[in-house]
Design a protein around this ligand. Structure first.
Ligand code: ATP
Length: 497
């Protein structure tokens, strides 16, 4: 039979007929298909569209597919369930049904025994929706998929200064795991809400920034005495928006060119932080000469001022940076940051009055946030957070004392934290009352140095607590070394130096 068939239909004739049949079927088949391969042309680089589609389809995979594959990549924070090979799911967009199928192709290169696997997703849809797919559906899939990737990724804390031997010029990173949130930040609730709203409005304003033709970035200046929560607020911002943090140590940046390089390397959805901007570099144009500082130092009754000078001097000695004020202004103005989108820039300082007005004018630092000594509302947040306490007869006395004294939230938090596992809330509250009364007494008759010793030892205690967590240690390393500055070196016990 088959010999007879080949006699009447020789192979070349059969090939022609097959070709026509395929064309006919294609014409009659109303469905179109698009494939998205995991590896792009050179077979090594991962196709970003594939990654976004994979993330987009996870919402359908878990409810529709029978066979799933569980992935936990190095960048993912949670287990991700993806479609296994040959599984199919449907998706509805603007009332139209789309089919997605996960596939694997194996290819065997003729000159090698190596078999290569290529994964792909195949999208099938009716021809009449070609325009909808090309102009809307695919963009929507890619955008939503990217969002899922961002939500799922492990966030990072980048730093450009990694210890004594670090040559600088590039970022290193660790996982960002700081637990601060707006909920546990001790400050005036109304002010807190205002900041939270501002951040959320910014992060949802992509189209608005595009419409008005401005780079999608926003600057925040956080100022206030040491220990009022500037660093904690940055961590809370990152946790609220799910952003990475780039902790830019300006003293480790050689010049403006290196600053530009570092900034170009930052990614979107990130907060670029410049801590203690007033003493990072000679940016203020108001720096007094060192000799005068030292002279003032010995006469200066304000311990915070002394602490600040300690920071400045230690930075001056360390820094070999040629970054200029105009270099920094260029960056903030978006000349270089416009190479990426959705960035927040945060400056922190203990001395806002020392900053050059050009650096903090609106448009560069859009929102100025003052963090201050602990108020009663702030104390209530700390009491709830540290002692799980909403009210207590002792609260009224604490409220009055907080109105009469200036104690930082860092100090209040340190005192409230139970010192033993069995430590009860009442003892913590009584400790706080004693400390506040002592402080009130000291503030009435201030003696030089008393307050600075307290500030420095609190910082040292905080540092000790944080050291248990490697990433937190990196985060606090720079702040604490600055705090140790001149003042802390004088006052800390040998073991803390
Ligand atoms: N407003 C606050 N709410 C909750 N906790 C706070 C607050 N301020 C300080 N703390 C506590 O004190 C510790 C140190 O605070 P933080 O480093 O945020 O202060 P800072 O203002 O950045 O200080 P510095 O200017 O010295 O860097 C934090 O780990 C946190 O536990």
């Amino acid at each position: 039979m088959s010999v007879m068939f080949q006699q009447y239909f020789p192979q070349h004739l059969w090939d022609v007929i097959q070709g026509y049949l395929l064309q006919l079927m294609n014409k009659l088949n109303p469905y179109m298909q698009i494939s998205f391969y995991k590896n792009s042309g050179d077979r090594f680089s991962r196709n970003e569209a594939y990654a976004s589609i994979e993330a987009y389809l996870t919402k359908h995979s878990s409810t529709q597919a029978k066979r799933l594959k569980a992935d936990m990549t190095t960048n993912a924070a949670n287990l991700v369930l993806n479609l296994d090979n040959d599984e199919e799911v449907t998706d509805i967009f603007q009332g139209v049904k789309f089919r997605w199928k996960s596939q694997i192709y194996t290819t065997n290169r003729s000159n090698s025994s190596h078999v290569q696997e290529t994964r792909s997703f195949r999208l099938s849809f009716h021809k009449r929706y070609r325009d909808l797919v090309i102009h809307s559906y695919l963009q929507n899939v890619l955008d939503e998929g990217k969002d899922v990737v961002v939500r799922n990724r492990r966030r990072r804390l980048y730093t450009n200064s990694s210890g004594e031997d670090w040559m600088g010029g590039s970022w290193t990173h660790v996982a960002f795991q700081h637990r601060a949130t707006f909920r546990n930040l001790a400050m005036d609730p109304q002010k807190k809400q205002q900041i939270e709203d501002d951040l959320l409005t910014f992060s949802n304003s992509k189209d608005y920034y595009a419409k008005i033709g401005k780079t999608w970035k926003r600057g925040y200046l956080l100022y206030g005495p040491p220990g009022t929560g500037k660093t904690s607020m940055i961590a809370a911002m990152a946790n609220l928006l799910n952003y990475d943090i780039y902790d830019l140590e300006l003293t480790a940046v050689k010049n403006n060119t290196e600053l530009r390089k570092l900034l170009i390397e930052t990614s979107g959805k990130s907060i670029i932080v410049l801590e203690d901007i007033d003493c990072s570099l000679d940016l203020t144009g108001k720096r007094k000469d060192k000799e005068k500082d030292e002279k003032d130092d010995s006469n200066n009754p304000d311990p915070n001022e002394n602490l600040q000078k300690g920071k400045e001097e230690s930075n001056e000695k360390r820094s070999s940076s040629d970054v200029t004020l105009s270099g920094l202004l260029n960056f903030i103005d978006g000349l270089w940051s416009s190479c990426g989108e959705e960035r927040i820039i945060v400056f922190t300082t203990n001395h806002v009055e020392k900053l050059d007005p050009a650096l903090i004018r609106t448009g560069r630092m859009d929102m100025h946030i003052q963090l201050s000594y602990c108020c009663f509302q702030g104390f209530k947040i700390l009491a709830q957070n540290y002692l799980n306490l909403d009210s207590d007869p002792l609260f009224e006395r604490i409220r009055r004392l907080l109105e009469e004294t200036q104690m930082t939230p860092a100090d209040v938090a340190e005192i409230l934290m139970p010192k033993t596992i069995k430590g009860d809330a009442k003892t913590s509250l009584e400790n706080l009352i004693r400390a506040l009364e002592l402080k009130k007494e000291k503030q009435r008759s201030p003696k030089d140095g008393d307050k600075e010793v307290k500030d420095a030892s609190t910082s040292a205690k905080n540092l000790k607590m944080m050291n248990n967590d490697k990433s937190l240690f990196l985060w606090y390393r720079r702040t604490s070394s600055k705090k140790r500055g001149k003042v802390a070196n004088k006052s800390l016990p040998q073991s803390e130096k």
